[in-house]
Design a protein around this ligand. Sequence first.
Ligand code: ADP
Ligand code: MG
Length: 320
Amino acid sequence: MTSPQTPAVLELRGVTKTYRVKQGLFGTSRPLTAVNDVSLSLPRGEVLGLVGESGCGKSTLAKILLGLEAPTSGQVLVDGEEIRAQDRMTLARRIQPIFQDPYSSLNPRKSIFDIVSLPLRVHGIGDRNHWDAEVRKILDIVGLPARVMNTFPSQMSGGQRQRVAIARALIMKPEIVICDEPTSALDVSVQSQVLNLMSDLREELGLTYLFISHDLTVVQHMADVIGVLYLGRLVEEAPRDRLFNEPKHPYTQMLFDAAPRMDAFGREIDPPKGEIPDAINPPPGCAFHPRCPLATDRCRTENPEMRNIGTTRVACHHAQ
Ligand code: ADP
Ligand code: MG
């Protein structure tokens, strides 16, 4: 969704990531394509949501964008420049992560002050007084009192810990924040508080987010544009409201149907059946065809190319 007014700050061009995995104790190693030929662009100041079931490659994409994993092929560009060519430290200043689990992502032996100030100390920015002032400032921004500086993660709730993780990500004043299921480990009531905080911060600080979740309702809350992943491939991308009002890909429609629904009598309707195929042995043709109500012979043999239908990009032979 790049327009001339908003150049992409982050762009993926045909990115593929293949791992080698061993099957069984003495098994030979086989390729597993976690991310398959994905092209995406993230305009400055926007929120791109990525949604898909477990194992579809969301976290692998996040790691590639953070420079934590190298793509097997394809390009990752930051402001039009290849990520590989960029200095690690500079990149870390510009792109910061917020991960799912606020329990394991915060070092339990460090105080909140140590955790939040770490990026400044690693990058050798300022002195103790500066760190102190910056930590107070950012804690205030994420809605935590300054006194938590001297406490430890174990003394905090899940929601408070995720605020600490957000503070740590933001203290470097990054341009881009990669959020991988940032609220999935939290109680539903706390989830919305953290999501609202993240929306507010985006406005206040002019952040660009890549927002990853398996939960369509969470992505709907946050994203301007939504990409749907299936078995490592981007199958549909569209502006949020368009995706919700006019989902084009049968998989996107299935995701909507899988959200809890009730019939006219208040009984819950069963979600559609069908299993996610094995990423090591993906189905030929369109990977979704075994679960697809529209599948024809063409779908079983020929992988659909991404094409534009209005403002939607979709990879399906039957989408109209
Ligand atoms: P998601 O975050 O959407 O659940 P992941 O990106 O974690 O998906 O995983 C995508 C696929 O890649 C899965 O089949 C997973 O088992 C596989 N995978 C992820 N990381 C590795 C790795 N380091 N080595 C081998 N396979 C991996
Ligand atoms: Mg994941």
